[in-house]
Design a protein around this ligand. Structure first.
Ligand code: ADP
Ligand code: MN
Ligand code: MN
Ligand code: MN
Ligand code: MN
Length: 443
């Protein structure tokens, strides 16, 4: 049923980019930087990479700055957040995973992966002087929004507000990756800043402890913008052997996937697993469960790390939900639970949530990709393990429905639901926001 005879040429997105024969990055020396990487920096300088979502709502930008201090997180706060994040997680019904890297976080500094207590940040949003104590060291910054589709040229300064800190796996040491959100000259959130609303929703339903585990699928492209490793001008043998495959004719660029896995865990992005996907050169990683708005921070940072690594390999990552017709597309299945869903007989809560979701299907579809549903039109066809974009459906272990209740959840009568509709290029802030508002806040 999944015979691959698709046409890449039919997808305008694949055609629209520049066509290179070889990525310049792929041929640069991978070892030369090693000669300078361990140069001691005067005065314990810390390099911070500020990362943000640009005006497309889909792509990321970054720039670096030098700090002359190590942003610290008070130990008591660190401990409290860790308890919140991980202890409960270990007790979770389905997620009885243990984070083996927890100990690393007991070191004298290290910020929790979800950043500061978001409530404080929210209240003091853009008041620079009373900025969260833990972030006062990390300045609000700005960039030229006219170059990123976020401002006009004549009034271009756009603000970057640090929201979540991660360790920098590229530079290591005390260096940081900083997930930011963006504000216009007048301190209004930019159009693609969906984090503000998401955070507001999370503040209102914190006590329900909403958890999100997002399965990020993506496809690797060669510099000619065809899927990586596909034969020139043609197609590989049909889908079937590639999903969770092993072997040189089944999976491509595992090195990159492996590096990404390690880099994320090092950074503090809680990757819970990874697997090769149905289409050759398609992969998946899962992030979470993460709590509330943090799920968005974590997924965006995982995407950044992936792009940044792929840059070194000279390979391109696309989160486009359907790069090749008639082959599996990419989604961002969002697994969602509340405290009540995870408790005994939580299945009742899960069913209530599904009922609420069934009434606002199109409202969700509109925010489940960056083009108001247009991208998902290409993906949610009813074929290739998807449900039609026009219909809402739910079922146990059913991968052709909008919402799936995993078999184990149905058996244990508690756990979580899986929303299969979000596209791979969705903004997780918008998805998480919609789920909290529909299922918990009854908006
Ligand atoms: P699938 O069977 O759909 O491929 P995966 O194993 O890829 O599922 O992903 C399941 C995701 O659900 C993981 O990210 C995991 O962390 C997450 N998850 C597990 N338990 C919960 C829970 N109680 N609430 C929210 N997410 C959860
Ligand atoms: Mn400049
Ligand atoms: Mn999965
Ligand atoms: Mn998958
Ligand atoms: Mn899934």
């Amino acid at each position: 049923s999944d015979a691959g005879h698709g046409k890449i040429e039919d997808n305008p997105k694949i055609l629209s980019g520049p066509v290179l024969t070889n990525s310049p990055n792929a041929v640069l020396s991978k070892t030369l930087l090693g000669r300078y990487n361990d140069l001691p920096l005067p005065g314990d300088k810390v390099l911070a990479t500020y990362v943000w979502i640009d005006g497309t709502g889909e792509h990321l930008r970054c720039k670096d700055r030098t700090l002359s201090f190590i942003p610290k997180q008070p130990k008591d706060k660190l401990t409290r957040i860790l308890e919140n994040m991980y202890t409960k997680y270990e007790l979770s019904v389905i997620g009885n995973l243990k984070w083996s890297y927890m100990d690393e976080y007991s070191s004298p500094y290290y910020f929790p992966r979800d950043g500061p207590d978001t409530s404080i940040l929210c209240e003091q949003k853009l008041n620079r002087d009373s900025f969260d104590e833990n972030f006062k060291d990390l300045p609000v910054w700005n960039f030229d929004g006219s170059s990123t589709g976020q401002a006009d040229g004549h009034n271009s300064d756009t603000y970057l507000v640090p929201r979540a800190l991660y360790r920098d796996p590229f530079r290591r040491g005390n260096h940081l990756l900083v997930m930011c959100d963006t504000y216009k000259y007048n301190m209004e959130p930019t159009e693609s800043n969906h984090r503000v609303k998401c955070q507001e929703a999370y503040e209102k339903c914190k006590d329900d402890e909403p958890w999100f585990g997002i399965e990020q699928e993506y496809i690797l492209l060669d510099s000619d913008l065809r899927p990586f490793g596909w034969p020139p001008g043609g197609f590989p043998p049909p889908q079937g052997p590639y999903y969770c495959g092993v072997g040189a004719n089944k999976v491509f660029a595992r090195d990159l996937v492996e590096a990404h896995y390690k880099c994320c865990l090092y950074a503090g992005v809680p990757i819970s697993g990874t697997n090769a996907e149905v289409m050759p050169s398609q992969w998946e990683f899962q992030v979470g469960p993460s709590v509330g708005v943090t799920a968005g921070d974590d997924l965006w940072m995982a995407r950044y790390i992936l792009h940044r690594l792929a840059e070194e390999y000279g390979v391109i990552v696309t989160f486009d939900p359907k790069p090749v017709q008639d082959w599996n597309g990419s989604g961002a299945h969002t697994n969602f639970s509340t405290k009540k869903m995870r408790e005994e007989n939580g299945i009742i809560e899960i069913e209530k949530a599904i009922d609420k979701l069934s009434k606002v299907h199109m409202k969700h579809i509109k925010v489940y990709d960056p083009r108001g549903g247009k991208d998902n039109e290409r993906r949610l066809t009813g074929l290739h393990e998807t449900a039609s974009i026009n219909d809402f459906s739910a079922g146990v272990a059913n991968r052709a429905s909008s919402i799936r209740i995993p078999r184990a959840v149905a058996e244990e009568k508690k756990g979580y639901l899986e929303d299969r509709r979000p596209a791979s290029n969705c903004d997780p802030y918008a998805v998480v926001d919609a789920l909290m508002r529909t299922c918990i806040l009854n908006e």
